[in-house]
Design a protein around this ligand. Structure first.
Ligand SMILES: O=C(O)c1cc(C(=O)O)oc(=O)c1
Length: 307
């Protein structure tokens, strides 16, 4: 793959660029596998980063994403609008159209979005909107605005993707459970994996999924959640041990409501940038049987995004 560029923008100090030359995964993905959480950044020279962004990344183009897809052995992508592009979905839509049906998208919209704009996004392959509650990434949007957007996109058959941190789930519970669509949680609601997997924090998340059959979870981002490592670098086949029990518990209890994605190009990692090939090798640790792997990687994402 090409090396990352920066265009005319200056990257956030300490920014880690995505890993070039990822290894060939040892785990062979099943035919039809979907990378259900990844992003495109710019390129900034073509699709400028949003003025209200909280970070400036290195570029991560659609061509680079599709090269990674092919290298790792995925058939398709779900591209999630990154907060560095705000509610300007042009880079996302451009990538969706270029994918020729091999990518679907999750957009960020404001209440001012028109029905024609929503329809155009639908035609390009958008199937959801993302509501972000991680304070370091976005400015606050009132919940009545978000609920209004949810009501409108529900009519298109779209779903809502939510990104929040585990400590905020109690406060957000009533809003989340009132959403009228399928609800997809990013990265298992970001549990603190140094706490017990059967402790109150993660138990609340499991209860959230148990009580609400419309709630799905991405069991992605061990590289973001792990405290103990080891990192997915230098051929490590047993990376991020502390995340395994959390992700595996969700995959085994809710096999028909889980998704997996690389999270490439891994925005805002501070510590290291994983080898995406080794991230794929993480999958059998959390989905140990061929049946669970097929649901996670093929059946579930195809049902949600391509049917
Ligand atoms: O849209 C983003 O900016 C974004 C950021 C992060 C993060 O910084 O945790 O994770 C994501 O999955 C997406």
């Amino acid at each position: 793959m090409d090396k990352p560029t920066t265009g005319d923008f200056t990257k956030t100090p300490g920014w880690l660029d995505w890993y070039t030359g990822p290894s060939q995964p040892r785990f062979q993905l099943p035919a039809g596998a979907v990378d259900a959480h990844c992003h495109v950044f710019g390129p900034g020279a073509e699709f400028p980063y949003a003025p209200e962004r909280k970070y400036t990344p290195c570029d991560a183009s659609k061509a680079q994403l599709f090269a990674l897809r092919d290298h790792l052995g995925f058939e398709k992508n779900v591209i999630v609008q990154a907060t560095c592009h705000g509610a300007d979905n042009r880079a996302l839509v451009d990538a969706l159209i270029a994918s020729q049906g091999r990518a679907r998208g999750v957009a960020t919209v404001k209440r001012s979005v028109t029905d024609q704009e929503l329809q155009a996004m639908h035609n390009a392959g958008v199937r959801g909107v993302r509501f972000n509650f991680v304070k370091r990434l976005v400015d606050f949007t009132p919940k009545d605005e978000l609920m209004e957007i949810a009501g409108r996109i529900a009519k298109l058959g779209w779903h809502v993707v939510i990104y929040f941190e585990a400590v905020d789930l109690p406060e957000l519970w009533d809003f989340f459970t009132a959403l009228p669509t399928t609800v997809v949680v990013d990265h298992m609601g970001r549990p603190d994996v140094s706490l017990p997997v059967d402790g109150p924090q993660f138990e609340l998340f499991r209860k959230f999924m148990r009580l609400h059959p419309n709630v799905w979870s991405k069991v992605s981002c061990p590289e973001r959640l792990s405290v103990s490592g080891p990192k997915a670098l230098h051929g490590e086949q047993n990376a991020y041990r502390d995340v395994v029990p959390f992700a595996r518990a969700i995959v085994e209890e809710f096999p028909d409501r889980v998704l997996w994605g690389t999270d490439w190009p891994h925005p805002n990692l501070k510590d290291h940038m994983p080898d995406d090939g080794l991230l794929v090798d993480f999958i059998p640790h959390i989905a140990p049987t061929a049946e669970l792997q097929h649901k996670l990687l093929v059946d579930n994402p195809n049902r949600l995004y391509w049917s």
